[in-house]
Each structure stands twice: as C-alpha cells, then as structure tokens.
Design a binder for this molecule. Structure first.
Ligand code: GLU
Length: 376
C-alpha cells in the first residue's frame, strides 16, 4: 500500500513506521511547557502504537526551554554559545518530560541526540539505523533531537525539519509528519486573502520553492517553510512521504490527518529513490563475489548473507559501497557493506548462526541489508 492522502499516515498498512516532528512553538508556550497539549499528543502516539504503527518522535524545544530556565534573551538564539548552553539545560527537562508522559501509557522513551555527521557518514548512518531498528523492535519510542550543545555551526542542521527527514531515511520510515504552527503550504504568503492551500505536492519544484517565505513565524523554532521544503526534498528523494500540518490544537494528529488539513508531499517511487541515493554518492571500495543461489535470492529481494559469498575483493570499511558480482565478474548490484572487508573474509561461506563465534560480538542481520542494496 502506498501513501496517497493525509489520512494514510494514520494507517498501519500504508504507514507502518511514522516519524513525528514536534516544533518548539508547540512544546513551549509563554508560560513554559504546554504540558496539557503534549499529553493529548502523547495519547495519540499511544493509540498509533496500539493500532500497530511504530513511531519515532523528533522533538525540538531544548533551546526554548533552556533559555527560559537560564533567563537568556531572544529565546536563547542570540548567539551560538547561548543556543548551545540553552540546549544543554533544556534537553534534560525535554527528555524527562517525554519519558514521563510516554511512561504514563506504558511506553518506554529512548533518547538519541544526533549531529549531521552521524547521518552523513555511512558507517555512523548504519549504526543509527541499527540502533533505531533495535529500539523499535524492543517496543521503545525513540525521541530524537539534534545534539545542539556540541554540533559546530558548520555541521549543524539547525532545524529539526531536515533532521526528521534524515532520521526517517535512516529508520526506513514510510512517512514524516512535521507538526508546527503553520497549517500547510499555500501558493503565496498565507497572510494574503487570495492564498490557496495546496493539499498535495508531487515534486518540490522551483515553482514550489517560490511559494515559501523564509523564517519561522513563531520566532521560537528555526524552521520556517524553507526548511520544511528542504525536508520534503530529502524525503521525496528517499521515497518517503512527508506532511506538514498545524499542531497547535489538542489531539493534533487526528485534526491534521483525519480532518485532511495540511500538505502532503508525495514520495518518488521507492526503488528509484533508493537507487538515486545510493547511486548518487557511490564510490565503490571493493566487491563481493557471490554464488548462483545468492544471486537468485538477491533477485527476489533478499538481503545478502555470508553463506552465499565466495570472495571478497578490495579493502573497504563498514558503511562503504561495494559491488556485488557473480563468478563471471558480472556486477549484479551495489550496496553498503555492514562489515569491514576483513570481517567479510572471516565470515564468507559461514551460516549466520556461526557469526557470533567467528566475530566475537553480536553479528548484524546480513552482510548487506536489502534496504541498502540496489540491483542493477
Ligand atoms: N534542536 C532545537 C531545539 O531543540 C530546535 C531546532 C528547530 O528549531 O527546529 O531547541
């Protein structure tokens, strides 16, 4: 099932794994944390989980909360040092709040603080993927924010919109819901009475970019429509649907998805999107030679397992792109290796149940996971 309208984001069949981004202005009001509102959102997250959806939260608000505690002006965004100090203070309260409110529904919160580099570097990217998968399998709700206190200016996302899209990509989510204080994308400045809401966008074109006006309207977050469109572009290329909706009201998910109020950015076709992502930045560092059985399994959409590998060529590291070729040297696929070349050497031909003994640590589920692999 694919996602074709907003309400599909609430359907576990169409959207088994959903990333929900919560903007600063929703979490923090004039009088501090909007706890009552957050309780309604957390109840919705608990219902989503109960109907079979996995949920990852990307929560802003650390800077806004910390700035209030430290008494910093401009919401803590007057300088990078202010923002980093505010985030260090606010993050503790923020994650405590999520843990407490999710805990009231019997859900375990898991905090991850990420930098851009964690999601750009393939090796770290695979680790983030593995951690998120493990957490979701274990029934936890990951609550993610940027590691604002350590990320330097050049390597900051700065806004959680793009972070949410990159997290969705790493988590292989079906969709991202960006909740903020804007209703949707309009064809011009929404203050203009002639402005028309766009319910659906297929392809973030130059024309779409021209409709967005700059900065965050609340002045509290750092997002604004520009960063939302950038997030939509990341998601679109990764084959993930992205919706923007107004989260200021109670039970914001039901209002946005059930009421169909928001803009849905449709994804590109999954296979093509993944190919573009893997292909776009691909410098092959080596090759894995496989037998006929493994070649058949790959063609049917399976991951590459060690048992079907007959040779390892080149010196590559975990996260590097490698070719997968058959005995005659024909390249069948490209993918990101879960292991270094020497680990692959040690594992080839061995059944997965032997891997822990050979490696001396818990093995990954495959040499190349099918989601990190493109057939040629
Ligand atoms: N990471 C920032 C915070 O927690 C928010 C970034 C944004 O405004 O999107 O305060």
């Amino acid at each position: 099932m694919t996602i074709a309208r907003l309400n599909d984001l609430a359907d576990p069949a169409a959207c088994p794994r959903l990333v929900i981004k919560v903007g600063s202005s929703l979490l923090v009001g004039k009088h501090g944390v909007r706890r009552d509102w957050l309780e309604t959102l957390v109840a919705e997250i608990a219902s989503a989980r109960a109907r079979g959806q996995e949920v990852i939260v990307v929560s802003s608000g650390a800077i806004a909360l910390g700035a209030a505690t430290l008494g910093l002006d401009k919401g803590g965004r007057g300088s990078l040092a202010d923002a980093q100090a505010a985030a260090a203070v606010g993050q503790i309260a923020l994650s405590g709040l999520w843990a407490q409110l999710l805990g009231a529904h019997g859900l375990t919160a898991a905090q991850l603080l990420l930098t851009l580099e964690d999601l750009e570097d393939r090796r770290r990217y695979l680790n983030v993927t593995a951690t998120l998968t493990r957490l979701l399998d274990a029934g936890a709700v990951p609550v993610i924010n940027e590691n604002d206190s350590v990320a330097t200016q050049e390597i900051r996302f700065g806004d959680n919109d793009r972070l949410a899209a990159r997290v969705a990509q790493a988590a292989r989510a079906s969709a991202v819901l960006l909740l903020s204080d804007v209703d949707a994308l309009y064809d011009r400045n929404p203050a203009d009475p002639e402005a028309v809401l766009l319910p659906q966008v297929r392809g973030v074109t130059a024309e779409i970019h021209a409709m967005a006006s700059g900065a965050s309207s609340s002045g509290m977050g750092s997002g604004g429509m520009t960063s939302k469109l950038q997030a939509a572009e990341i998601a679109e290329r990764a084959g993930i649907a992205l919706a923007i909706a107004n989260g200021t009201h109670d039970t914001p998910i039901a209002r946005a998805l059930g009421g169909g109020i928001g803009t849905l950015f449709l994804p590109k076709r999954k296979a093509g999107a993944r190919k573009a992502w893997l292909g776009g930045r691909l410098r092959l560092k080596g090759a894995l030679v496989i037998d006929a059985g493994a070649a058949r399994a790959l063609a049917q959409g399976s991951s590459l397992l060690a048992a079907g590998i007959t040779g390892v060529e080149g010196t590559f590291q975990r996260g590097d792109a490698v070719a997968i070729s058959d005995a005659s040297g024909e390249v069948l696929a490209h993918g990101l290796s879960e292991y270094d070349a020497d680990e692959c050497m040690a594992l080839i031909g061995h059944h997965s149940r032997e891997h822990a003994d050979i490696l001396g640590y818990a093995p990954r589920s495959a040499i190349i996971h099918r989601d990190q692999l493109v057939l040629l």
